[in-house]
Design a protein around this ligand. Structure first.
Ligand code: COA
Ligand code: AMP
Length: 636
């Protein structure tokens, strides 16, 4: 029941929590379904819920064809800006739809149909978005793998997703170097058990990749011969994509997103969170390999009828720290979305942001996510731009923001360090170890009361047990987010960091458990522990603490270099694994558990209490000395 004393946000929030079926039925009605859903929310067992189960739609149709039918065919849908190749290109909705339909025809001719998987391993070029939308058009399931991952990580994902086809490109271009993608793909396909039927390769002018006859097809040649394929209607609950993310083990988990809930949630978020309307220009400076790229480079802006910017470049050095402002001015960007690390990088190169050259009058707000927005970065961006800077918190698993300053409902007063309030649909609670709900300002585990709103993960691909065990069993009736924090007396959420072994390096989520498995494979290492330590630009970086096998002496610099190479080979350059130190003892409990939290506190320069369960109290001061000697302790 809405009362007149409620703010727009409060009334919307309560509507979503108290009558979720009605609330989301109204949101679903804003989309152009083939068959609108009657069943809005169904609980299928203790853990699983389904949204819009009898609805029929096609996500690529909603993102493209539906707008053309409504007269937006000549509006720009996608702007590609690539300072690393000196290329700029724009696609109207009609042009993008035509390319997508034709590439869907290429895939269809290769046997891809509803439910089949297609892995996409591509740099930030329009063909990556075209491939995603083409897969969606066929009712198939894409799994995009970030270009910075190694052949090993790509092989793991290929084995898990079992794609019929892999789509890739000859190369990606980083700040000053060319990354040959095709040899990485070839290597991954040697390593993988599963072999796709075909690979479609986009040959970039910067590098011609060698092709394997019978398996590899040239994108341009295939497109020239292809017939356009129509949209395939799918059930709302059919999977749209699998996106792998890091968890607590070495094996990445494939987050599954359905079609119906995803489209409804993204469309709602574009209006309620980002305050965008059709025709607005939206730029998420991320990568299609991450959830931000899926939700807010490709699907969200297009479903909402906006113009989306796809940027192949970095915030700095391509060519300078004015790159973000240049794009905002040139394309009259209304909403910019980036990771805090990007602004820290810009601030380092250009502390007094040289903005005079750029007309930023179209820019309404800057959204940041991917890691905690530290108050210093918040202040800097806010002071330089004089526009609302909105921290918002979400995860690959949720696919859209859990907490934000809901600019489309009302812009609330920001509190530095807080991602503001729960977004309508998310019922956020802070729990203690036993699952008891904590009071205001008490810090604990951030959990989301079930059912989750539309758009969140429906399971882990091929491993529902992991979905239940990893997220739903810890606190019955809740989704455990893996983040810790508190809600203050005004209802503002403060996300303080992960409660598991996940770390965040330059907005990239990585598992220290996976790094430990790799480091432990070195013949000289008896035992190891990897933690995330402070890094001024990237937020965190991994640090390995090592115990050597008895009787082994090594040159520590050589050992470190070998470990760096191993992690780079197994995970990829994006892990930014560069530091490993040898210690004599690791602080452990008497039952043998390494005290990781304590190690993190030491490295953070935070105050800490040595737990009474410690086996060898002297090991703490000793490790602290080693870290201090290498300059690895943060001076907060
Ligand atoms: N393909 C291949 N390699 C990639 C890659 C890609 N798509 N992205 C990154 N890498 C490589 C880089 O070349 C670098 O390799 P190197 O160790 O050989 O130099 C390594 O991975 C680390 O890259 P990165 O973390 O990007 O560091 P950087 O020093 O090149 O740039 C920043 C630093 C802050 C500018 C950059 O991290 C950045 O723009 N971050 C924003 C991240 C972001 O948007 N995240 C999305 C979450 S919303
Ligand atoms: P990813 O799944 O890669 O998007 O990473 C999600 C994780 O990044 C979250 O669980 C948080 O730990 C962290 N994160 C993302 N956004 C924020 C934010 N605004 N504030 C604090 N942490 C964040």
């Amino acid at each position: 029941m809405t009362t007149t004393s409620q703010s727009p946000y409060q009334s919307e929030y309560h509507a979503a929590v108290s009558s979720p079926q009605l609330f989301w039925q109204q949101q679903a009605a804003k989309l152009n379904w083939y068959k609108a859903p009657n069943g809005i929310l169904q609980q299928t067992d203790d853990y699983h819920y389904q949204w819009f189960s009898d609805g029929v739609l096609n996500t690529a149709y909603l993102a493209l064809d539906s707008h053309i039918e409504q007269g937006r065919g000549e509006q720009t849908a996608l702007i590609y800006d690539s300072p690393v190749t000196n290329t700029k290109q724009q696609f109207t909705y009609r042009e993008l739809r035509d390319d997508v339909a034709r590439f869907a025809g290429v895939l269809k001719a290769l046997g891809v149909g509803r439910g089949d998987r297609v892995v996409i391993y591509m740099p930030m070029i329009p063909q990556a978005a075209i491939a995603m939308l083409a897969v969606a058009r066929l009712g198939a399931v894409h799994s995009v793998v970030f270009g910075g991952f190694s052949a090993h990580e790509l092989a793991l994902r290929i084995d898990d997703a079992q794609p019929k086809v892999v789509v890739s490109a000859s190369c990606g271009i980083e700040i000053s170097k060319l990354i040959a993608y095709k040899p990485l793909l070839d290597d991954a396909l040697v390593k993988a058990q599963h072999k796709p039927d075909y690979c479609v390769i986009y040959q970039r002018p910067q590098l011609q990749a060698a092709m394997q006859s019978g398996r590899d097809l040239d994108w341009q040649q295939a497109m020239a011969k292809a017939e356009s394929a129509p949209c395939v209607p799918v059930k709302a609950t059919d999977p749209l994509y699998i996106l792998y993310t890091s968890g607590t083990t070495g094996k990445p988990k494939g987050v599954v997103r359905d079609n119906g809930g995803h489209a409804v949630a993204l469309n709602y978020s574009m209006q309620a969170v980002y305050n965008c309307k059709p025709g607005d220009v939206f730029w998420a400076a991320s990568d299609v390999g991450w959830v931000v790229g899926h939700s807010y480079i490709v699907y969200g802006p297009l479903i909402a009828g906006c113009t989306s910017v796809l940027y192949e470049g970095k915030p700095v050095f391509t060519p300078d720290a004015g790159a973000f402002w240049r794009l905002c001015a040139e394309y009259k960007v209304n909403t910019l979305f980036a990771a805090p690390t990007a602004f820290r990088a810009i601030r380092k190169e250009d502390p007094q942001a040289q903005l005079q050259r750029y007309d930023l009058s179209a820019l309404r707000a800057i959204f940041v996510a991917g890691e905690r927005l530290d108050p210093a970065t918040y202040q800097w961006v806010h002071e330089q731009l004089g526009k609302p800077v909105i921290d918002h918190w979400w995860q690959t698993e949720t696919g859209w923001p859990i907490a934000a300053n809901p600019a489309g409902l009302e812009l609330m007063t920001a509190k530095p360090g807080s991602s503001t309030v729960p977004v309508p649909g998310f019922n956020v609670r802070i729990l203690d170890d036993s699952g008891k709900v904590l009071r205001a300002n008490e810090q604990g585990y951030i959990a989301l009361k079930l059912p989750l709103p539309p758009g969140c993960l429906s399971t882990i691909w091929g491993n529902d047990e992991r979905f239940v065990a990893g997220y739903l069993d810890t606190f019955p009736g809740y989704y455990a987010s893996g983040d810790g924090g508190y809600i203050d007396e005004d209802g503002y959420l403060f996300v303080m960091g992960r409660t598991d072994d996940v770390i965040n390096v330059a907005g990239h989520r990585l598992s220290t458990g996976e790094m430990e498995q790799i480091v432990a494979n070195h013949p000289a290492v008896a035992e190891c522990c990897v933690i995330g330590i402070h890094e001024p630009i990237k937020g965190q970086q991994p640090l390995a603490l090592l115990l050597l096998k008895n009787g082994i002496t090594v040159d520590e610099t050589i050992l470190e270099a070998e470990l760096v190479a191993m992690v780079r080979e197994e995970i990829g350059a994006l892990a930014c694994f560069k530091k490993a130190i040898v210690v004599k003892r690791l602080p452990k409990t008497r039952s043998g558990k390494i005290l990781r939290k304590l190690l993190r506190q030491i490295a953070d320069g935070a105050s800490y209490t040595v737990p009474s369960t410690i086996d060898d109290p002297a090991s703490v001061a000793e490790v602290a000395q080693y870290m201090a000697a290498k300059g690895l302790i943060n001076q907060p």
